[in-house]
Design a protein around this ligand. Structure first.
Ligand SMILES: C[S@@+](CC[C@H](N)C(=O)[O-])C[C@H]1O[C@@H](n2cnc3c(N)ncnc32)[C@H](O)[C@@H]1O
Length: 243
């Protein structure tokens, strides 16, 4: 598939998304660094810096992939315990190898689906999700499941690419997304769908103010957001109410 894909990413099934991520695992971290010019490291750091956590927090890192956010959480909060959930076993396996190589404790990878997580209500002090929500077609349902899992007062932190707007020369960025990014992605990963899907799913994602409103609709309070790197990505935060 060359250049801009014509499909609507919301039509990509969960199975296809799972196979896609499992298929690009060997190149995933490398391409993240390369295609973002290492900004992805800074974005995850900023995501975790915005978290308000109690002293020994239990954190769920959802759509954890190769565990970069989980690792950033324990780097900034050595007392934290993190459950890292993803439905792609190869992604988690790659992350597990990083844990072993660094002899890093405090992080437990768990296989699970974001819509039906195997944890009781009000389990976690905080929940992070980086570049995951875009892959979940029903955003509101996913946010409601997140709310169910948080303790009252618990914080959700979401990092996501948002569609280009006035902040950045939008046409330039759109060209990068739909032409260069799929080309480089395909060249390395040999995966024809994944990096076209990435571009398409970014262009179909709601704008930051609209997504922030959806977080409120899911019942979160103190919702705030900020954009980084000329509006390429947004950080969203919300707090589960006391009820
Ligand atoms: C772009 S990666 C992000 C990984 C990681 N958070 C990071 O910052 O690099 C998206 C991840 O979401 C996972 N994912 C997508 N849909 C999911 C679902 N329904 N349940 C659990 N994980 C899902 C994929 O397997 C993939 O690992």
């Amino acid at each position: 598939m060359c250049g801009m894909a014509k499909h609507n990413p919301s039509l990509a099934t969960a199975d296809r998304i799972e196979q896609m991520f499992s298929g690009i695992v060997p190149w995933y971290d490398f391409l993240n660094r390369c295609l973002s010019l290492r900004r992805d490291v800074y974005w995850r750091r900023a995501l975790v810096q915005g978290l308000r956590l109690p002293r020994r927090p239990l954190v769920l890192d959802l759509a954890a992939g190769t565990l970069d956010v989980s690792l950033e959480i324990v780097r900034q909060h050595p007392q934290a315990r993190v459950l890292a959930v993803d439905f792609s076993l190869p992604m988690l396996q790659q992350g597990r190898e990083k844990l072993l190589a660094r002899q890093q404790g405090g992080i437990v990878p768990v296989a699970g689906d974001a819509y039906a997580l195997p944890f009781p209500d009000r389990t976690f002090d905080a929940l992070t999700m980086a570049f995951g929500i875009r892959n979940l077609p029903d955003h509101l349902l996913a946010l409601q499941e997140i709310s169910r899992l948080l303790k009252p007062g618990g914080m959700v932190a979401i990092l996501e690419f948002v569609p280009p707007s006035g902040g950045l020369p939008a046409r330039l960025y759109e060209n990068y997304l739909t032409r260069l990014l799929p080309l480089v992605g395909r060249l390395f990963s040999r995966h024809s769908f994944a990096y076209s899907y990435l571009a398409e799913s970014i262009l179909h994602f709601p704008t930051a103010p609209v997504f922030a409103q959806l977080i409120e609709e899911a019942g979160f309070q103190e919702v705030r957001w900020q954009t980084l790197t000329m509006g390429i990505v947004s950080l969203f935060y919300g707090v589960r109410g006391e009820e």
